[in-house]
Every structure is written in structure tokens, then in C-alpha cells.
Design a protein around this ligand. Structure first.
Ligand SMILES: NC(=O)c1ccc[n+]([C@@H]2O[C@H](COP(=O)([O-])OP(=O)(O)OC[C@H]3O[C@@H](n4cnc5c(N)ncnc54)[C@H](OP(=O)(O)O)[C@@H]3O)[C@@H](O)[C@H]2O)c1
Length: 326
């Protein structure tokens, strides 16, 4: 299949491009003039240059494609407008371009996020029937992106995949936990008993590729995650085990988290550079749980998570070591 991947230079997108090429698809990567292409080096792909705010370039990029996997998004930003401009308006621009200029399109797959639904209310796992209630600006912008795409449902063969938090080689967010454990610290909010579903990048890709292949996935939404949610205590101790090191559990009281978040926002404001941690992220971390039920992907797509946390952490840690991140 001829597949256009947006966000191809990012964490998830670059792994996805590798997998699709390995499965003999003809892959076109949507990149920007400013994109760093290092994760695409050595791969055989076609390149189209377009930003999500450039409708004309997007129309040129989608021409002749049989599938589009829309991974591009802003995952950190300094303000609400930036999030909505890319994650909602940019997504609408791409859907419009696909409608106008990709008549052979068999699938438009939007990579959304569990953040678009929000946390597990009172610790109850969320599934595809849970009413969306995003609590941070990123999640709200991703939900708006879903709604923009749904407006094209009568003209585009849409599938939405909502991954939970993802980890794996090249990831910069969960990496910060690896960094802390490397310094022999296991930071956890409160007593570390909050639960989360943390999914290895290759398992998210398994959901995406299975959904692309499955005719019945048109018009459907799937959560993509592990079937073994863990507490932060378990996650950090598994990371320490995977890294072959010791680390001391350091419970972080919520007020300290808020101060640290405000400090990060202050730095972001003065440098003009978005940081991973801010008050929104603190709110996210203070929720009781971020767990989800993946039965729908299992039953309808035949998805089976293959990478358990220990094995995933070991290979991810190895990659960070080999690439000089740790
Ligand atoms: N990472 C997670 O834990 C997680 C969890 C759930 C869902 N997701 C979703 O998964 C997708 C990929 O996330 P990621 O973690 O791989 O993010 P990432 O590493 O930050 O990659 C983002 C990609 O989007 C591209 N992009 C950003 N703004 C763009 C614009 N205006 N026009 C064109 N391209 C643009 C970036 O291109 P440049 O290289 O040019 O900057 C980059 O390739 C996103 O949709 C995200 O919401 C991620």
C-alpha cells in the first residue's frame, strides 16, 4: 500500500515508518523544512515537505496515497493556541486535503491519545465507550482533533487509535524516569500507588498496523496499550531492575510537584521553549489512575501486547546507553 506518515521524524512516527517499510509498504514521510531526519537515515522512503498549516502543500503530499497515518502533533507547547493550531486545525487541514486530493484513499488513521478521554474516573479503567473528559490542554486539543476528523466521516474512511502513555527507544518523556533511576532515585507522586497503563512503542504500532489492515476498523476508535497496568512504584522498580541498578523510592508530595511545575513554566516562559513538565502535567500526574481497557483492540483487531514492562525497559535502556542519552 502507498502510505503517507505524518510526524515521521518523531518518536512514534519514525518507528512506524521502519515497520511499514519492513512490511513492504511504499512509505512517504511528511516532514518540515526544519525537521531533523536522523531517525529516517538509511530507510527507503519518499519525502514530502509540508507543515500542517499549509493546505496547498498538504494537498500535494496526499496525492496518490492509499492510506494516511496522521501521527504529527504537538505534545508540548507553551500555550493553548499552539496546541489547538497543530492538533486540531492542522488535523482538519490534513483531512480536508485528503478529501480534496486523495481519491484512492482507503484509510485515514488518526493517532489520537488516551489524554483525549482523560484519566480513569475514580480509578475505573476507561474504554472506548467512556465519555471524553480531558483534563489538560494537550488532551483537549487532541479531542478537538478527533472531532475535526469526524466531520469528514461521510467522505473519508476514518479510524482513530488512542495510545496510552508510550515508552521505548527515542522517547524523551518517560526517559526522564530512566534518568532519575540512573541517579538512584525512584520519584513517585504521593506514595506511588497511582496506576498507569504504559505501552511499548512496538505494541502501539501493532495496533496501528492491524487497524490499517482491517476493513472493519473503518469508523472505529481503539485504545492502544498494555493489558498490565502498573503502579508508579512497580514501574520505577522494574526500570531499576532492567537497568541493573539500585534506586531509592522518593515520594514527592503534591505541593512540591506544583512548585516544580510552576518553576518549569517560568523557565519555559523566559526561554520561549516548551518543557515536558508544567502545571497541566502535574494535574495529570495527580490523578488516581491512567488505565485503559484494550479488549476492543484485542477482540476486533487480534491485538496482543507482546512486550512486557521488564523486557521493554531493558531494550529501551540499552538504546539510551548505546546512543549516549545515559
Ligand atoms: N509519546 C506518547 O507517550 C504518546 C501517547 C499517546 C499519544 N501520542 C500521540 O502520538 C503521536 C506521536 O507522538 P510522539 O511522541 O512521537 O511526538 P514527537 O516525537 O514530538 O513527534 C511529533 C511529530 O509531529 C511533527 N509535527 C509537529 N508539528 C507539526 C506541524 N505543524 N506540521 C507537520 N508536522 C509537525 C514533528 O515534526 P518535526 O520533526 O518537524 O518537529 C514530529 O515528527 C502524536 O499524535 C501524539 O499525540 C503520543
Amino acid at each position: 500500500m502507498r502510505i503517507l506518515v505524518t510526524g515521521a521524524t518523531g518518536f512514534l512516527g519514525s518507528h512506524l515508518v521502519e515497520t511499514l517499510i519492513g512490511s513492504r509498504h511504499t512509505v512517504t514521510c511528511l516532514v518540515r523544512k526544519t525537521s531533523n531526519l536522523k531517525y529516517l537515515e538509511g530507510l527507503e522512503y519518499e519525502r514530502r515537505e509540508a507543515s500542517l498549516d499549509d493546505p496547498e502543500a498538504l494537498r500535494a503530499a496526499v496525492m496518490g496515497q492509499e492510506a494516511i497515518v496522521h501521527c504529527a502533533a504537538l505534545v508540548r507547547a507553551t500555550n493553548k493556541d499552539q496546541f489547538f493550531k497543530v492538533n486540531a486545525e492542522g488535523t482538519r487541514n490534513l483531512a480536508q486535503a485528503a478529501t480534496d486530493a486523495a481519491p484512492e484513499l482507503k484509510r485515514f488513521l488518526l493517532v489520537s491519545s488516551q489524554a483525549a478521554i482523560g484519566p480513569s474516573p475514580n480509578g475505573v479503567v476507561v474504554d472506548e465507550t467512556t465519555a471524553p473528559n480531558p483534563i489538560d490542554t494537550y488532551g483537549k486539543s487532541k479531542l478537538q482533533g478527533e472531532r475535526e476528523v469526524q466531520k469528514f466521516a461521510d467522505r473519508l474512511p476514518i479510524t482513530i487509535v488512542r495510545p496510552s502513555a508510550i515508552y521505548g527507544p527515542r522517547d524523551q518523556d518517560i526517559f526522564q524516569i530512566f534518568q532519575a533511576v540512573h541517579l538512584h532515585v525512584r520519584p513517585v507522586v504521593g506514595m506511588g500507588r497511582r496506576m498507569l497503563s504504559l505501552c511499548h512503542v512496538s505494541d502501539v504500532i501493532q495496533v496501528i498496523t492491524r487497524a490499517l489492515d482491517h476493513e472493519g476498523a473503518i469508523g472505529e476508535t481503539y485504545l492502544a496499550s498494555t493489558d498490565r497496568p502498573a503502579t508508579w512504584r512497580e514501574v520505577t522498580s522494574t526500570f531499576a531492575q532492567a537497568m541493573g541498578t539500585w534506586a531509592v523510592l522518593v515520594p514527592v508530595p503534591p505541593p512540591v510537584l506544583h512548585v516544580y511545575a510552576a518553576w518549569n513554566e517560568w523557565i519555559a516562559k523566559w526561554t520561549g521553549k516548551a518543557r515536558t513538565f508544567n502545571r497541566d502535567k502535574a494535574r495529570v500526574m495527580l490523578e488516581v489512575g491512567w488505565t485503559c481497557d484494550i479488549s476492543k483492540a484485542k477482540n476486533e483487531l487480534g491485538y496482543h501486547p507482546r512486550i512486557d514492562l521488564l523486557h521493554g525497559a531493558e531494550t529501551t535502556y540499552r538504546w539510551y546507553r548505546e546512543n549516549g542519552w545515559l
